[in-house]
Design a protein around this ligand. Structure first.
Ligand SMILES: Cc1cc2nc3c(=O)[nH]c(=O)nc-3n(C[C@H](O)[C@H](O)[C@H](O)COP(=O)(O)OP(=O)(O)OC[C@H]3O[C@@H](n4cnc5c(N)ncnc54)[C@H](O)[C@@H]3O)c2cc1C
Length: 430
């Protein structure tokens, strides 16, 4: 299927439905949940009733051959509020990790438990990052060891969305440190597992409606079946990992940083696979950026200074014009990457990282420009742009920082380089 920008009737309907939900259900309560820093249970319940919070939704959207349904959904929800949006989509992040690592039977067992039902909501978390570092996912300190048929996990995770309150924690732990990233396993740690506890809920700058916490796992004992993919598959990976480590393959820097990283690396050949979730995160950032641009545009048209609407001043209009252009560029990069992921095309040019890098940096700039456009009114809580600014900053940090995205893109550039045509005397003169 070739890449096209025409949306299907289903995609248009999804966009309209998600936008209406964002406008009518999310936006009216966004400021309050931001202030209170509380999980928006009633919004989650409404989302579940509208079919926007449930494993079936993602099962359906993930088979869209155009790949565009998921970014469309993300952009609209996050246009409403990124904190509430995160709460709605966090279980989908955990589900993506389960889908990547699990057997079919395990997927059937755990997918419904990530979301629950409208009358019995459940939460899920993906726990990768540790206090000692999130970008370098090779060096995960949390350990899993076999004890008879069981697994026993000890470790410490930080910045975990829904951490400690989730019904299903998807935890990445090192089983064999000598096998590099292939020595890591992905485990289900259900709520109530003895030894699993929340150390503290984190007090955040933005995205405050989303619960983020630091958790510890102390001698958490799990049945053998809670290792996703099963022991045989892990043993094979460990054997390949040990071989690779002994062969001293170059250490891949931290380019696969972010929550989904470790769970998406079945083999070094699958490095590009991790990029598949990045367009989804990029689309979230675009939602924030679009919200900020629309607000600044309307303000600039309505606000007068020196006898004319401020939009007539090039100092106001040009930065907004640049933003409109950048937001569309970011969306095109995002849709391209989402389409490639759906078509199982390799990201040879780091297309996923490009989308996430561009969208997250545009989102921060859009919110900053919106504040500037509104002057003092942009800086106070009477209007939502200061909140969007705080929310947007997360996007250059989580799911792989901007530096990590640049590393991945730079690595792709190095791989493509062809120095044959260079005149060596010009670049190595001596
Ligand atoms: C609100 C929030 C929610 C989050 N949700 C989750 C979640 O649900 N699950 C989860 O597992 N994690 C989550 N994270 C963690 C997030 O993915 C990490 O914060 C992120 O991967 C960066 O890790 P770090 O904070 O340890 O920074 P570090 O990895 O310590 O990086 C510090 C700085 O060094 C830079 N850096 C590191 N290595 C390199 C390099 N090789 N080259 C150049 N620069 C480098 C980084 O870009 C960064 O600027 C969340 C974080 C936040 C803030």
């Amino acid at each position: 299927m070739s890449f096209a920008l025409d949306l299907t009737d289903e995609q248009l309907a999804l966009r309209d439905k998600a936008h209406a939900f964002a406008r009518e259900v999310i936006r009216p309560v966004a400021a309050e949940y931001d202030r209170a820093q509380e999980l928006p249970w009633p919004v989650l319940q409404e989302a579940a009733r509208h079919g926007l919070y449930g494993w079936e939704l993602y099962a359906q959207l993930s088979i869209d051959p155009t790949g565009l349904s998921l970014p469309i959904l993300m952009e609209e929800l996050f246009w409403g509020c990124a904190g509430i949006g995160l709460t709605i989509v966090l279980p989908a992040l955990a589900l993506a990790a389960i889908r990547q690592a699990a057997t079919d039977e395990q997927l059937v067992q755990w997918a419904p438990q990530c979301f629950g039902t409208p009358d019995d909501l459940k939460l899920a978390a993906l726990a990768v990052t540790e206090p000692s570092g999130g970008s370098d996912v090779r060096s995960i300190q949390t350990r899993a060891r076999q004890d008879g048929d069981d697994w026993v996990i000890d470790g410490h995770k930080v910045f975990i969305g829904n951490g400690g309150i989730a019904d299903v924690h998807v935890v990445v732990a090192t089983v064999d440190p000598d096998a590099g990233h292939r020595g890591q396993g992905v485990f289900i740690v259900p709520k109530g597992t003895p030894g699993l506890s929340m150390l503290r809920k984190l007090d955040k700058l933005g995205c405050r409606a989303s619960h983020t916490a630091e958790i510890v796992l102390e001698s958490c004992r799990l049945p053998g079946g809670y290792l996703l993919g099963g022991i045989e598959r892990l043993r094979e990976r460990i054997a390949r990992g040990r071989e690779a480590e002994q062969g001293q393959q170059p250490i891949v820097p931290a380019e696969e940083g972010g929550p989904a990283a470790a769970v998406q690396r079945r083999s070094s050949a699958a490095l590009g696979a991790f990029e598949r979730t990045r367009p989804m995160v990029a689309a979230q950032a675009i939602g924030i950026a679009r919200a900020a641009l629309e607000f600044a545009r309307d303000y600039a048209v309505g606000r007068a200074a020196f006898g004319a609407p401020i939009i007539e001043n090039q100092g106001i209009a040009f930065p907004l014009a640049d933003l409109a252009t950048d937001i569309d560029s970011a969306r095109l990069l995002t849709w391209r990457a989402a389409w490639m992921a759906a078509q199982r095309q390799p990201f040879e040019n780091a297309e996923g990282s490009m989308s996430k890098l561009k969208a997250s940096e545009v989102a921060v700039r859009a919110c900053e420009q919106a504040i500037q456009t509104m002057g003092g009114w942009g800086y106070v809580k009477d209007f939502p742009v200061e909140k969007w600014y705080r929310d947007a900053k997360l996007y250059t940090i989580f799911e792989g920082t901007s530096e990590i995205q640049r590393l991945v893109i730079g690595r792709a550039l190095r791989a493509q380089a062809n120095t044959d045509s260079l005149d060596q005397r010009m670049i190595n003169p001596q």
